[in-house]
Design a protein. Sequence first.
Lengths: 127, 563
Amino acid sequence: MDKKKILIIEDDADTRRGLNLRLRAENYETFFAVDALMAITVAKKEMPDLILLDLGMPAGDGFVIMDRLHNLASTSAIPIIIVSARDPQDNRSRAIAAGADEYLQKPVNNGDLIFAIRHALGQPAFA
Amino acid sequence: MAKILIVDDRSINRQFLVALLGYAGHTLFEAADGADALEVVKREHPDLIILDLYMPVMDGNEVAEKIKSDPDLARTPIIFYTAAYNQREARALGGSCGVTEFITKPSEPAFILERVNAVLSQAQAPTAAALFNGNIPAELIALQTSSVRLTALIELGMELASDHDSHEQLQRLCLAARHIIGAKYAVLGILDGTNDSLRDFVLSGDGFKRAPMPTFERPKEGILGRILDGRRPVRVRPEHETEPTIRRIISGRDTVTSFLGVPVYTPTKVYGWLCLVNKVGGNEFTVEDERLAITLASQAAVAYENTSLLDENRTNAEELDRTRREQMTLKDQFLSHISHELRTPLANIYQFVTILLDGLGGELTAEQSELLGVVLANSEQLKTMIADLLDATRSESGKLHLECKSMPPAEILTSSVRNFLPRAADKNISLTVDIGVNVPDVYADPARVRQVVHNLIDNAVKFTPSGGTVCAYVRTTDKDPRFVYLSVSDSGCGIDPTSLENVFDRLYQVESSDDSGRKGLGLGLHICRQLVDQQGGRIWADSTPGKGSVFTFTLPVAGTQTV
């Protein structure tokens, strides 16, 4: 069975590295983008099964990126999980309303992260 | 019985009094304005006049003066009929023209009849003139005049001391000055601090009380300049009214035959001038008039200063409040930003430690695992502290966001207890949960309830020594069926009675019983109280020092919430 592909859009290098280790250990294939422009380019090229999106990105707010992804025919169906250090109180409902599948607050418990990824991918909750 | 004249510009008021007093057997006459009233008085010589104070063109006060100044009519008793909120001014004005009886609108008919009868029977009593066989000692008259003027001054002072619009105050002052001193006109000018114009101007005199206020140019010219610079009064006799400024002081409404001007000033500042024009009775103003004018002017100055300060204060207070609110918003934004920044490195610490602990970075020795466990626990604490910090500061501006719904409380208790079992086992503490029977669902925010329960169990475990017990339980009571009671009890060191309320205060810290030396931020219970309060419940503690404590909070049963 092909591994599921996850695109991680995150500007912090350590966060990227940590997620990379985690997700590869869970048998996912990972791709990265460090800013908005790269995010769209990589998404169109790699066509991931899921996108993990950090909200506070330079050169393009996470909401703008999500908007662009939804407006592109090729990427509009890809589920998006937002992972952000921002307060859920202010941003969660806005994110869901804008089409995100889930909103996770950093620091994310790994169990919660994997659970949310599996759910968004339609995989069973426990391997 | 008696002949009574009712003077009031509103026919409904007249009708009421005419009907009432007519029923009592008196003969009634009516007038709708001052001029009419005077005619009726001259014609009918009533035994009593009930006089409305506030009428257009000629008010009750002027009517009263005219009556008093006519020797034929001067002895007619007059009752002022006035609205309650004008009482003090009515008394001041009444004092100045010898009217001492008042009826306020509205009044009970019985009261009106009683006053009317009292005044009428008083009038039957021998007058001072009759007593003295027409020779009233001059001293007595002077005494009475002085006491009347004094009363009027006192009333005016009290009136000025109350909180009024400053222009209104100055108008009252001019009116009072005219009546107390006995002048046809009073003119008051308050200077604008920056230039040669007036910021406030009052011209008071017969007949044009309600006309729009004219302006007055060049307020520092001529004789007015002398008054301001010299800070001394000026009295001018009739034949010396050639000074041009005096001629224009009443804006050409009349010829000026006598003039008295005094400065309006306090030790700190000269505010302007008060001028009295045309002494009633045709003579010149006296030394005593001058003294009275000075007294009134100083009252005006103080009142004006007070009102200006009050206005300044109010503006400052409003500005301060606005600044404070802006600062609160800035503070919230600042804290939000800070906590955001803190979360990223915290997340990375957590992630890499768990990566190592999960063996993804290679195999670990037992000791390495244990040491990493310490790092993890500390980073968990850091995470809680940051969240608490944000919660505590945000709750002050009332923006704690709750997503309430109907939920079963038992599940939260059991899962929270489960989370603490390892820690309790480490300390050899027995940790149990009792979810009761038939406990109804509550209306609350599950995440927040979890936060409160977590906090209470955390404290309980922290403050219970080895070998002790902690129990979390839920119950309902017949006494208060609208709420569900959740409690966490422990066998720890307890809390002394004087601190029982204070434990929920912000930043209240106590040493924990283990050797960690940790106090936490001291925000936890404070936040718990905010959260419980906001969900419509209560939280409190009971304790016996040395034996243990029970922390209890209530949540509304689903379907009964009032929030």
